[in-house]
Design a protein around this ligand. Structure first.
Ligand code: CDP
Ligand code: MG
Length: 740
């Protein structure tokens, strides 16, 4: 099955039907610029155009001369379009033709589901129509548009402010965690992540500032979107004038409609060109190699006009693939036209994200390496070829162990169809699926699983309880979460002290909700500020917690190399992050310090901003060293400092602890025999133990458990004294730790 293929791939046993060495054969006729379907080895073509909904014939010209003429023409066309007023180009989008009917439907219904092809103008146009039709009543109300992804919220807000010819952050703004680009009193159109709107319920439970709310990309079924839908359903009864639009690119519209008392579904017919679907003849064992081979085959056999979009599962895979492609391209040199490789994933530094929208230069082909962020939320113009290995990374929470695994799993049918569709936006396209037709028809799930049934719900439960939703079992969930997950969340929140033994929210719990971070981190900060035995280390904890928020993009290149430039010997990843922050601070936040130490300056600026916001929150809640009667940050003995920091983290993450057992590490947990885990090679603990031969620590706290081919723990903090565990969290450690 697809899952087994993935496991084989991970173990390196995969057999690839695509031989990567073939692309090193420079002389082969394969690389002539002829349009030749047969040259695409290893694929079977699906002659039925499952995606085409247009009867038009699309002729493909293969002649190079024609191509050049066309290029010139296209340039002129583009120039002409550019000159045309912004208003004109807005009128070209499919939704425009339905504007009157749409606005009529919105007027008559409190809730409306909108279904339409990606790129038809739902996200950028509908909110503008609402503003233009007076729904904001001259600034009295706002229109909110939620996005599951931060990148989408930012890029769409930028686009719309451009179209409306206003400065981003004024009339049109965005709000994502730690980055609020809105002006109170001025912003009327607000793009935001679904999580941010959810947080607004805390300060304004009726969302009384908004006259219209558009839940965009609802089909993604993120946890925040699902919870929002439930809360909105509740407040709509009291706020009859509130308009709710739910937009969805795929066809689970009926489910949304049923949820909102059978509200109407408005269908915006989109323009989509036919996409030829190709499958591999045999199951593909090594999809990275297959994808790379396919990129070069397309590049060398298909006309240069038309960019490539490759779907991968995550940042590491994307970076690795980028390197490999560039290496091969460098070897082939001038024998092939230039390739422009542009990655896009959620953690990509903001300034690089814009690259994917840049027009492809002449005599060059753009290859976008994307996570499923490019599946629906971002529209990249000019894509003609989609390569789809058919995998996606998905969180999966196991309530019995309390662990979240990030697993790579086969995509659903709905996803792969959506991905293929991305090839047919500007003209007829091609999609190369790196799996078999049999697999598509027989092995893929129809729909992805909504996040609510596969994730840790502690944050959500805490939020709902603080919103006084007491009866969680009867909350209107589109798909109810598992009872075991809910129970586990209540248990976790009790351990953190957010709930009392009756399951009611405590003062501390309410405080945790105020923080723009996970309750676990809030607990760390609370302990670090106020605890009689661990307090007085708030400033240092703030630095570490802020660094942990951006940890995936702190280092330029290899973490180990960067670490070597900063410190020769350090006891934990947490202390390393603290040292980096403090050294950078001492350098007066200098850019050159970052360059010298292989640290991303832009990321550090974000860390500083996060730190500022968390710190402000602490001040607001009275969590300061002054109030805690614990001073002495200055000149605290190193060991005392480390001890207090460690204790603070124990109170926030008491379940993220592994124990040394017969030479290896095991997670602690009630279930007999924990899970065997390995310290990730990127951790300083790994280097200390394996390379410097230091004694193995008996207990280690970790920030992240990754389940891939091996169970790795990342970002580790050794606990030198196991009495600290029972001291800080007796309710679990008195019974949990055996053979003390
Ligand atoms: O939401 P939907 O997928 O229906 O479409 P949209 O995001 O409103 O995009 C409408 C059009 O705006 C797209 O076809 C893109 O050409 C353009 N757009 C853009 O150029 N840059 C963006 N950041 C967003 C949209
Ligand atoms: Mg959209």
């Amino acid at each position: 099955t697809r899952q087994q293929m993935w496991e084989e791939h991970q173990l390196g046993n995969a057999v690839s039907t695509h031989n990567i060495d073939e692309i090193y054969l420079p002389e082969s006729e394969k690389y002539d610029y002829v349009f030749d379907k047969e040259a695409m080895i290893g694929f079977t073509s699906d002659s039925t155009d499952i995606l085409a909904d247009s009867d038009e014939e699309h002729e493909e010209s293969s002649e190079e001369e024609d191509e050049e003429k066309k290029t010139l023409l296209t340039q002129l066309e583009i120039e002409a379009t550019r000159i045309k007023s912004i208003g004109e180009s807005r009128k070209l989008l499919p939704v425009y033709a339905y504007r009157t009917e749409l606005m009529e439907a919105i007027k008559e219904n409190q809730a409306l589901i909108i279904v339409g092809e990606t790129g038809s103008g739902k996200t950028t146009q509908l909110p503008q129509y609402l503003v233009e039709d007076g729904y904001t009543e001259g600034g009295k109300y706002q229109v909110a548009v939620t996005q599951p992804r931060r990148v989408a919220a930012m890029s769409v807000a930028a686009r719309v402010s451009d179209e409306m010819n206003v400065v981003l952050g004024k009339e049109v703004g965005y709000s994502i965690r730690f980055d609020d680009k809105t002006t109170p009193g001025k912003t009327i159109l607000k793009y935001m992540t679904d999580g941010m709107l959810l947080r607004e319920f805390l300060t304004d439970p009726e969302l009384s500032n908004y006259s219209c709310i558009m839940i965009d990309e609802a089909h993604e079924r993120t946890l925040a979107t699902d919870v929002l839908l439930g809360l909105l359903k509740n407040i709509m009864k009291n706020r009859k004038s509130l308009k709710l639009l739910i937009s969805s690119a795929t066809v689970n519209a009926k489910k949304f409609s049923a949820f909102f008392d059978d509200c109407p579904i408005f269908n915006v017919p989109g323009r989509r060109y036919p996409v030829d679907i190709h499958y591999t003849l045999q199951p593909e064992g090594n999809y990275i190699n297959a994808a790379i081979t396919t990129i070069f085959q397309i590049h060398t056999t298909q006309s240069l006009k038309g960019d490539i979009l490759l779907f991968l599962t995550g940042q590491e895979e994307i970076e690795h693939t980028k390197e490999k492609i560039e290496e091969i391209a460098a070897k082939l040199g001038a024998r092939i036209p230039q390739l422009l490789i542009t990655p896009i994933y959620a953690n990509l530094p903001q300034e690089q994200q814009a690259n994917i929208f840049q027009k492809t230069p002449e005599k060059c082909r753009k290859v976008v390496l994307a996570t499923n962020i490019a599946e629906t939320s971002l529209t990249i113009d000019g894509i003609k070829y989609v390569i789809d290995p058919g995998f996606v990374k998905e969180n999966s929470y196991v309530p019995s162990t309390g662990m979240t695994q990030l697993l790579t799993i086969p995509c659903s049918k709905a996803s792969v169809d959506q991905r293929a569709g991305r090839a047919g936006r500007v003209g007829p396209g091609k999609c190369f699926r790196l799996f078999t037709k049999y697999s598509y028809e027989n092995e893929l799930e129809a729909m992805p699983r909504p996040e609510i049934v596969r994730t840790n719900l502690s944050n959500t439960v805490l939020l709902l309880l603080s919103l006084e939703v007491k009866d969680l079992l009867h909350f209107p969930f589109l798909d109810p979460p598992q009872i075991s997950t809910l129970t586990k969340s209540l248990e976790n929140l009790y351990i953190l002290g957010a709930l009392n033994s009756k399951g009611q929210i405590t003062e501390l719990g309410k405080m945790m909700c105020e923080f723009p971070c996970e309750p676990e981190f809030a607990k760390v900060l609370h302990t670090a500020a106020t605890h009689p035995k661990a307090g007085g280390v708030l400033e240092q904890s703030l630095s570490i917690v802020s660094m942990l928020h951006e940890i995936t993009s702190i280092f330029i290149g290899n973490k180990k190399e960067a670490t070597a430039r900063i410190v020769s010997d350090i006891g934990s990843d947490h202390l390393l992050y603290l040292k980096i922050y403090e050294d950078w601070e001492s350098s007066n936040y200098s850019r050159s310090w970052c360059q010298d130490h292989k640290i991303q300056h832009k990321t550090m600026l974000r860390v500083r901003n996060i730190r500022k916001q968390l710190s402000r929150c602490c001040v607001k809640l009275g969590l300061t060293a002054k109030n805690s009667a614990l001073k002495g940050d200055e000149g605290m003995v190193e060991n005392v400092l480390i001890g207090r920091l460690t204790k603070s983290f124990i109170t926030g993450f008491p379940l993220n602890i592994v124990q040394l057992k017969s030479g290896g590490y095991q997670t602690i947990g009630k279930s007999k025999g924990g899970l065997n885990v390995t310290i990730h090679p990127s951790s300083v603990i790994f280097q200390n133990q394996k390379e410097k031969g230091k004694k193995l620590d008996k207990f280690i706290l970790y920030q992240q458990l990754m389940l891939t081919s091996k169970e790795f723990v990342r970002d580790c903090l050794p606990i030198p004294n196991d009495l600290w565990l029972t001291e800080m969290v007796p309710q679990i450690f008195d019974s949990l730790i055996d053979d003390k």
